[in-house]
Design a protein around this ligand. Sequence first.
Ligand SMILES: Cc1cc2nc3c(=O)[nH]c(=O)nc-3n(C[C@H](O)[C@H](O)[C@H](O)COP(=O)(O)OP(=O)(O)OC[C@H]3O[C@@H](n4cnc5c(N)ncnc54)[C@H](O)[C@@H]3O)c2cc1C
Length: 500
Amino acid sequence: MKIFSDGSLDGRRAVVVGGGAAGLAAAIVLRARGARVRVLEQGPVVGGRLTPMVLGPFAFGSGEESFAGPQILGRLFARAGHRLSDFVEFAPLDPAASLVFPDGERLAVHRSPDRLAEEIARFSKADAHRLETLWRKWESRARAVDERFTTQPGRGWRGLAECAASPRAWPFAASAASPRTLDGWVRRRFAGDRGMRQVFAWLASRHGVSPHRAPAGLAYPLIMDAMRGAWMAQGGVGAVREALLRLASLMDVRMTRDACVERIETENGAVHTVSGRGFKPLRADVVVAAMNPAKAAAMLSPTEPIVAAAKRLERRRTGRSAFAISLILRESARIRSDARETMLLGPGPREAARQIDGWLVPAASPDIHLYDYGESDGLHGLRIVVQQPPQTARWRWSAATIAQERERVLKRLSKAGVDVRESNILEEVVLSPAEFAKAHGLAGGSLYGLWGGSWRAAFLRPPQSSPLAKGLYHAGSFAHPGAALHLALQSGILAAESAL
Ligand SMILES: Cc1cc2nc3c(=O)[nH]c(=O)nc-3n(C[C@H](O)[C@H](O)[C@H](O)COP(=O)(O)OP(=O)(O)OC[C@H]3O[C@@H](n4cnc5c(N)ncnc54)[C@H](O)[C@@H]3O)c2cc1C
């Protein structure tokens, strides 16, 4: 089979460290540019956080199954000369989620602004009207941010200056540089206490941040996500992984599992050799580190500036983690919802944000995300995710605190009418931030990369081209443009397009 290649990296040797979504996207683009590519994955399977967990008849996705980026994936496949639909099909999710208030009232997050406005009108007619008039204005601003920021390689502070130079992106530059929070931004525009604030809270949660702490500047990327809509791959997130693996192997990308990279040697300031456990040292002209950038920097030949830079990266605060429970139930849990994702809103969102992001202790009543996997073989699959702080010196998960947290979450679900009585649970897997740290090699178990709750966050993420060594590039949820699956894919594409 003829492999599509534009030849711009012909004869170059590229090594991708980490076989998650970002690493696979980078490998495919590097190959499409003609490089010889080797992916090294420390784990026993390639796929990183995309790898589903199989429990009985269910393949539980790592996080949510909905995805804001089939378009990004479509562009990646087209870049490699293929059609995404030949590998995996996506269906729109409508409603994308059902939000349940503590008193049981519900709000369906619809894809179309008209239908969403109808929902909001149940809480506030004025807000519904406002949503309709603001949408068009937001749409062009969100597109400007996307063109200037998310789809461009990271530029750190220069990115903010460049946004400021484009009148269409001024609202983003202004809100990115403002200390106002996302929730403050929404409250200024909408009068109602219910409705849009909860919709934005749900959108923000997909990026692992709290609207009460995250900057207003995040609003436009979230609006872009809302415009892209929520999609689900036929076969779940595991099918996205399969599609990426199939394309990578069609393109002759070599993948090695159980290969842990420990050193990236440089010569005259450029990457030269990659070495570690489980593989023979490899010569490389390009290295894409699709993993924690602080760890990648620490792998470089340790000169004084490199050690200092690695320490600076290490000190950057990591973002939220999660506490997840996957359940197989004997009988249907009878979740009253027409959406695959149901979010049970906690009674005190501000307090929960303060506990998770400020005190770095588990929140007593966080929002609970429920993913309904439906019925199979007479059994019911349910995945429960609550966002919690990453593991720090302040809070360590132990068998006792894990058991307490599990009980607290299940009690709230029972109160909300979901049948998770012990006698209805056939099998379960509980994962705390400590397990996420171990399973994915993530600092503190941070599932959403770096902390996104300060206005500077977007500009502090490591850019694609590392200033530390020529030929070293960063990708993944810790790098620009940030966490969430579609952004991790985008970061891999940007890293590979930036190469040399
Ligand atoms: C519980 C949970 C909830 C989530 N919720 C959402 C959500 O709501 N919305 C959303 O969009 N996304 C969500 N995600 C995140 C999404 O899955 C990630 O953003 C995306 O998969 C990250 O891809 P990545 O390639 O950056 O990282 P990873 O998938 O973690 O890949 C990095 C890979 O690098 C490997 N590696 C690390 N160090 C080395 C080394 N030294 N040598 C070799 N290999 C190495 C690791 O083993 C890993 O396989 C969630 C994830 C989880 C687990």
